[in-house]
Write a new protein. Structure first.
Length: 128
């Protein structure tokens, strides 16, 4: 079997990267993560609030990956956020009322669904 040559620079990566002709760029301000034994699923979409103050979430895409790749993705994303902060300054923290609302929704969901009966768990992006 042929040996795989390691990529050493961004130029190496650029030389082997291509994109589909109809590549889409989507905007997300909502994420929901489900974890199973074989994969981690990241559901992304848009959260909106109507003129009446009613909240809705439209999930547009689900990205599934192995736990091993998710760990690599986390490392890459962490590096990119650090680079962003070096250039533009610290990312503003999530408002406390949003964190409180997310925690309240999680607590309500846990009361309505026994954790032992579900093979997947859902995680807030702000919990560590």
């Amino acid at each position: 079997m042929a040996e795989i040559k390691p990529l050493k620079t961004q130029a190496d990566l650029a030389n082997i990267t291509s994109q589909v002709p109809d590549l889409q760029t989507l905007y997300f301000n909502h994420v929901r993560i489900a974890t199973g034994y074989y994969e981690i699923r990241v559901f992304m979409g848009q959260q909106t609030i109507s003129a009446k103050g009613e909240q809705s979430i439209l999930e547009q895409v689900c990205v599934a990956m192995t736990p091993e790749y998710a760990k690599s993705f986390l490392q890459i994303l962490t590096q990119q956020v650090a680079k962003y902060e070096e250039i533009f300054g610290k990312v503003r923290p999530m408002p406390a009322r949003m964190i409180e609302a997310m925690e309240a929704m999680k607590a309500a969901a846990e009361q309505n669904s026994p954790a032992a009966a579900s093979p997947a768990t859902e995680n807030s992006p702000n919990k560590k």
